[in-house]
Each structure stands twice: as structure tokens, then as C-alpha cells.
Write a protein that binds this ligand. Structure first.
Ligand code: NAD
Length: 352
């Protein structure tokens, strides 16, 4: 398995390095033949190459078996004409990674503000309100006058159909419950179409139970009773926001793993940002990116019908559960170790 590894900004290099240690141990034990090809993106690339993402990285991503992207300082990147491209958008758009799969669950032995739960947010990843990716050319935000901005939201039948399909397929493999989160009471046409398509898709999956919840009410419902939810499907921005909430409810944003998946490519990427407030302090939780890598191993194993990737993924997941219970984790999840030590401890657990 050949991985393109892009550590990114802020805590990106720290959590990437810890994730690589774990992946190396898993590769050795489960004979994954893992090769990791590392390149800069974000500020380091901007300084060295004048752009946050070199175009040749796209070819490397296309020919690799998967991409692992660390968080980048996207808020700093204001002007694409000056090479300040959002790397996350670049790969999601260019590789058509339409499904952003973001699991969240509680862990035994860890204090959580809510009841135990295990759910997955499936977020549309290529259109919606995301102005830097929802147009073929140009940008979906327009400055009409210095005081007037129009932000365009694109919703297409094709993107609704494929994300609904991905969510149903996942629900069919889990507890067979799908919750559609929408704002069709206000965005009557766009979210109305999204909701109708979700209903029609579920109808082709006998055994899946569906409910629909308006996005604002969902914030209250998921805090009150997260255990009610299994798979949650929603449009891009709602999914972005909701999945930070579900990650934090699970104990920490530092547990938020995610996979960006398309028909032929996938990219592991933590759900959170570059966390400049804790960068360089060896305190960032690497489990977010490690859990993202777990999703990528599963994706690759399923595509190639190679069970050892799934076995490696389960071993890493079990290791994380044990590490949290034993306090061999970062402080945000009740542990006492630094980022690098967490990676080393988990790698040692997997090696044995
Ligand atoms: P953030 O997600 O980086 O951080 C929010 C809070 O969560 C902070 O208190 C941070 O310390 C904490 N946190 C995040 N990851 C953690 C981890 N692994 N372990 C422990 N604590 C963790 O959000 P922000 O501060 O609003 O954004 C910082 C930068 O990241 C901005 O430039 C933003 O645009 C960018 N961003 C990038 C991505 C991405 O690359 N996918 C996603 C979101 C935000």
C-alpha cells in the first residue's frame, strides 16, 4: 500500500509523525507492505514553492493507494492567485472525494458529558455552501458592493444521490438506522430535493429505518440522546458543524477521525483544524489522524479484498480503546502522555 503523506500546518506534523509510527508497526505485524511518500503542503510549501499545494501532488495522489492529509491553516490562505490554495479543498475537488465519513463514539473508562453512543456522520463533501469548490470556474462568493456579499450554495441531484447511497450502504452494514439532517423548512428547494432523494434511496434498502430532523433541532437532540443515532447523512456545511459537535461529545475533537472517499480514491484527514493554540507543545491528540488512517486501511482492504488491512485496522482501534482506558493518551482524553509518546505506546502495543 503506497500512501501519499502530507503533514500540514500547526499540530499536523506532530500528529502525522505519531500516526506514521503506528502505521509502521501495523504494517510490520500485518504484512501490509506500507510505503509512505511524504511531501509538504500548507505554509511550509508556500515558503518553499510559492504555493500551498504543488500541482504535481495531484498526480502523486492519483497514483497512490491513498492520501493522508494533516490539518492545514486554511484560514490563512486567502488568495489562490498568490498560491494560497486550501489543500483540503484541492484534493476533495480534484479527486472527487464526495463522501466525508466521520465516526464518533464514546470510549470505556473515559469521562463523557453524555450517554454512550456510536454514530457516523456522512457529509456531502463537494458542493453546498463551500464557495471554493462549488463552481467549475470562479468562486461561489461574490462581493456585489463593498457592503454586500452573495454566497451561493450549490445542490445537485447527482451529489445528493451519491451521498444518500453511500449513507444507506453504510447504515445497511451497521444498525440500519438513517437520520437525514436538513433545513428543508427554509431551504425548501435545495434541502427539499436532498430530503426527497434520501427518502427514495432508503426505499431501495429494505430494513433501513429513516427519520428526518431539522438541523437546528438536531443540535439539541444529539446532545440529549446521542445513542439514538446510527448513521446521519447531511449536506456539506451542516455535516462539517455537526461532526465537530459529535467528536467533542465523544470526549474531544482530538478523537475526530474522518475519511474523504470517492469512487476510486480516498484521503484520511482528521476532522479538526491545525490547532495553532497547542501547536509545537507535544499535547495534541494524534488519535484523530490515527482513526482516520484506520478508515483508510478499511477502505483499501475492502477494495482489494485483502483481509489483513481490516485486521490491522481492528488492532489499531482496539489499541486506542485500551490506551484510553489505561491513560496512555493525551490530556484532552484524560491521559498523561505527550503526542509522540502516545504514538510510540500504541505502536508498541500493536507490535506485540
Ligand atoms: P481547530 O479545529 O484547529 O481547533 C479547535 C479547538 O480544538 C482548539 O482548542 C484546539 O486546540 C482543539 N483541538 C483540535 N485538534 C485537537 C487535537 N488533535 N488534540 C487536542 N485538541 C485539539 O479549529 P480553529 O482553531 O478554528 O482552526 C485553526 C486553523 O485550522 C484555521 O486556519 C482553520 O481554517 C483551519 N482548519 C483546517 C481544517 C482542515 O485542514 N481540515 C479544518 C478546520 C479548520
Amino acid at each position: 500500500m503506497r500512501l501519499l503523506v502530507l503533514p500540514g500546518d500547526g499540530i499536523g506534523p506532530e500528529i502525522t509523525s505519531a500516526t506514521q509510527a503506528v502505521l509502521r508497526a501495523a504494517s510490520k505485524r500485518f504484512d501490509l507492505g506500507l510505503e509512505m511518500d511524504e511531501h509538504d503542503v500548507g505554509h511550509a510549501s508556500l515558503r518553499q514553492h510559492g504555493t500551498t499545494v504543488r500541482p504535481e501532488l495531484l498526480d502523486l495522489a492519483r497514483t497512490a493507494d491513498g492520501v493522508m492529509l494533516g490539518p492545514t491553516a486554511t484560514f490563512d490562505f486567502k488568495d489562490e492567485a498568490k498560491g494560497q490554495i486550501n489543500p483540503s479543498k484541492f484534493f476533495r475537488k480534484e479527486l472527487d472525494l464526495f463522501a466525508n465519513v466521520r465516526p464518533a463514539r464514546t470510549y470505556p473508562g473515559m469521562k463523557s458529558p453524555v450517554e454512550d453512543f456510536d454514530l457516523v456522520v456522512v457529509r456531502e463533501n463537494t458542493e453546498g455552501f463551500y464557495a471554493d469548490r462549488n463552481m467549475e470556474q470562479g468562486n461561489g462568493e461574490i462581493l456585489v458592493t463593498p457592503d454586500v456579499v452573495i454566497s451561493l450554495r450549490r445542490i445537485t441531484r447527482q451529489c445528493c444521490e451519491r451521498i444518500a447511497e453511500a449513507a444507506c450502504a453504510l447504515a445497511a452494514r451497521r444498525r440500519k438506522r438513517l437520520t437525514v439532517v436538513h433545513k428543508a423548512n427554509v431551504l425548501k428547494i435545495g434541502d427539499g430535493m436532498f430530503l426527497d432523494i434520501c427518502r427514495a434511496t432508503v426505499a431501495r434498502y429494505p430494513g433501513i429505518e429513516m427519520d428526518a430532523v431539522i438541523v437546528d433541532a438536531m443540535m439539541a437532540h444529539v446532545v440529549r440522546h446521542p445513542s439514538r443515532y446510527d448513521v446521519i447523512v447531511t449536506t456539506n456545511m451542516f455535516g462539517d458543524i455537526l461532526s465537530d459537535l459529535t467528536a467533542e461529545l465523544s470526549g474531544s475533537l482530538g478523537l475526530g477521525g474522518s475519511l474523504n472517499a470517492g469512487a476510486t480514491h480516498a484521503m484520511a484527514q482528521a476532522a479538526h483544524g491545525s490547532a495553532p493554540d497547542i501547536a509545537g507543545q507535544d499535547v495534541a491528540n494524534p488519535f484523530s489522524l490515527i482513526l482516520s488512517a484506520v478508515l483508510l486501511l478499511d477502505w483499501h482492504g475492502e477494495r482489494h479484498q485483502a483481509a489483513r488491512f481490516g485486521e490491522a485496522a481492528r488492532a489499531i482501534e482496539t489499541g486506542i480503546t485500551q490506551a484510553i482506558a489505561a491513560g496512555k493518551a493525551t490530556r484532552d482524553v484524560g491521559g498523561t502522555l505527550g503526542t509522540a509518546a502516545v504514538g510510540e505506546a500504541l505502536a508498541a502495543l500493536i507490535a506485540n
